[in-house]
Design a protein around this ligand. Structure first.
Ligand code: ADP
Ligand code: MG
Length: 470
């Protein structure tokens, strides 16, 4: 029964997490083999899905042979009085913010209002728990695989965990692409700090920060919100790029930031770009964000992907042949989360059917997933690689210069653009200094001809194609 599942989860996750997440779930209908669970807020739904989705599914299957699948939905009926337009637009500033985000904010603010009502007269500890989001215990330094692309960020994170608020490291600004370990490192810092006890750490996404802020305005508890934030020793705000265009929230964050840094507390921020590239953030905020330590996490290398897969395969206890790991590291290149997801799926499948993981089973099990990962080459990339290869300037790809040393590589780039992308001739022409589609067609034909006549050129083009596709 649902009650039994709740009891078991409570035992597994502990009281605080249970109250914060699981207790918010309401039981929905069972339809054929699918049970629906509702959560009052999108954020909660996503969180529960990520953190407990798998476990809920397993527990349900154990509980009832009928249930195969657990569906998590947002239940609008749980929504309270919507927040007013004024408070929302105040929080967003007058520009920006699509209605979509606005309604999302409204939705969450409404749910948050309820949340605050529930936790009236909380103890100090609960204030913090209520303010921040719990840390994922798997995201430790030990579980983070270090390689060239992330060693600097890793070192900075370790340093801040050992000596918070030391000069030169405040704020710590971590940036990099999606799924490269920013959140993991932040949690690792938080976990390490808290393991030494007696230090209050608040972690939340910039999105959550905004919701809290809006909700505090809605419930006229701004002072409380400010005080709560300013009472922590370490404040971590994840995915700061979310605040672009949300001017009032930025302003609020700026003041919080200054107050904390002035008081000698540590701030850790992550974003998808460096402070100077985060256009759309207020200048003074960008300046301050860049004042401490800025560390980027670069895209993974093949070696790092292999090390990560090896570590995760080992931790799983299911043997995975090296060939399979190489195959995955070769196919899934952008995002560690997806790399991990693919491996987990293979392992789950192998456990389920009771057969070992093989290269064949991998290709079969991950068919749809890998399709989405076929390399999509962009014209920019082609231009860059070709210019690099022939040692010409990138700007010459779109310049009017006709000298052969420039014109030929340009034609080759056009040829590759036609071969490797799904762009039309006119689209390609536009990317090459607004050239006409007939010029592109001519280039494509000319390069094909030349490749037949000149094996050296054919080889160069094939090499370029290979580099672009792998
Ligand atoms: P980001 O916040 O940069 O989008 P995350 O920190 O959420 O990325 O990482 C995505 C997933 O990949 C997480 O499960 C994380 O544990 C894992 N991950 C990323 N980088 C590493 C690494 N170097 N070693 C181990 N796991 C990693
Ligand atoms: Mg993240």
């Amino acid at each position: 029964s649902w009650l039994r599942i709740c009891e078991r989860l409570k035992g597994e996750v502990g009281d605080v997490e249970y109250r914060m997440w699981i207790q918010r779930i309401t039981l929905g209908p069972l339809d054929e083999d699918e049970i629906t669970l509702y959560l009052p807020e999108r954020f909660l739904r996503d969180w529960v899905r990520v953190q407990y989705g798998q476990r809920l599914q397993t527990l349900w299957r154990e509980e009832s042979s009928v249930v195969q699948h657990v569906e998590l939905r947002v239940d609008k009926r749980a929504q309270r009085t919507p927040i007013t337009t004024e408070t929302v637009s105040a929080a967003y500033g007058t520009h920006g913010a699509s209605t979509d985000i606005q309604s999302l904010a409204r939705e969450d603010a409404a749910a948050l209002e309820k949340e605050t009502a529930v936790t009236s007269a909380p103890s100090v500890n609960e204030v913090r728990n209520d303010l921040a989001v719990p840390l994922d215990r798997r995201f430790t330094f030990d579980n983070f695989v270090v390689g060239k692309p992330n060693e600097f960020a890793y070192a900075c994170a370790g340093r801040v965990a050992d000596h918070p608020a030391s000069p030169g490291f405040n704020p710590l600004f971590l940036y990099g692409g999606v799924g490269l370990g920013k959140t993991h490192l932040m949690h690792a810092i938080g976990l390490k700090l808290m393991s030494r006890g007696n230090i209050s750490v608040a972690y939340m996404s910039a999105e959550k920060f905004m919701y809290r802020f809006i909700a505090s305005m809605q419930s006229k508890s701004q002072m409380e919100f400010k005080e709560q934030l300013r009472s922590v020793d370490v404040l971590m705000i994840d995915d700061l790029q979310f605040l672009i265009g949300k001017n009032s929230t930025q302003e609020e964050f700026f003041h919080t930031f200054n107050a904390l840094v002035d008081a000698g507390r540590q701030i850790i921020v992550s974003a998808d770009k460096s402070p100077s590239d985060l256009s759309g953030l207020e200048d003074r905020l960008r300046t301050r964000l860049g004042c401490g330590m800025v560390a980027d996490i670069h895209a993974t290398t093949f070696e790092l992907r292999i090390s990560i897969l090896e570590a995760k395969a080992k931790a799983s206890g299911t043997p995975v042949p090296p060939k399979v790991l190489e195959y995955l590291a070769h196919k899934i290149t952008t995002n560690v989360r997806e790399l991990e997801g693919a491996l987990n799926r293979l392992i789950a499948h192998a456990d389920l059917v009771g057969r070992p993981v093989t290269l064949e089973s991998t290709q079969d099990v991950l068919k749809d997933m890998l399709k989405a990962h076929e390399r999509r080459v962009t014209i920019d990339e082609i231009q860059r690689k070709v210019a690099e290869h022939f040692n010409i300037r990138l700007t010459d790809m779109s310049s009017a210069r006709r000298a052969r040393a420039v014109a030929r590589p340009r034609q080759i780039a056009m040829y590759l653009a036609k071969q490797l992308t799904s762009r039309s001739l006119p689209e390609i022409g536009r990317k090459f200094g607004n050239r006409d589609h007939t010029t592109v067609m001519h280039a494509v034909n000319r390069v094909s001809e030349l490749m037949e006549q000149d094996p050296g050129l054919a080889e160069s083009v094939e090499l370029l194609r290979h580099m672009l596709e792998s």
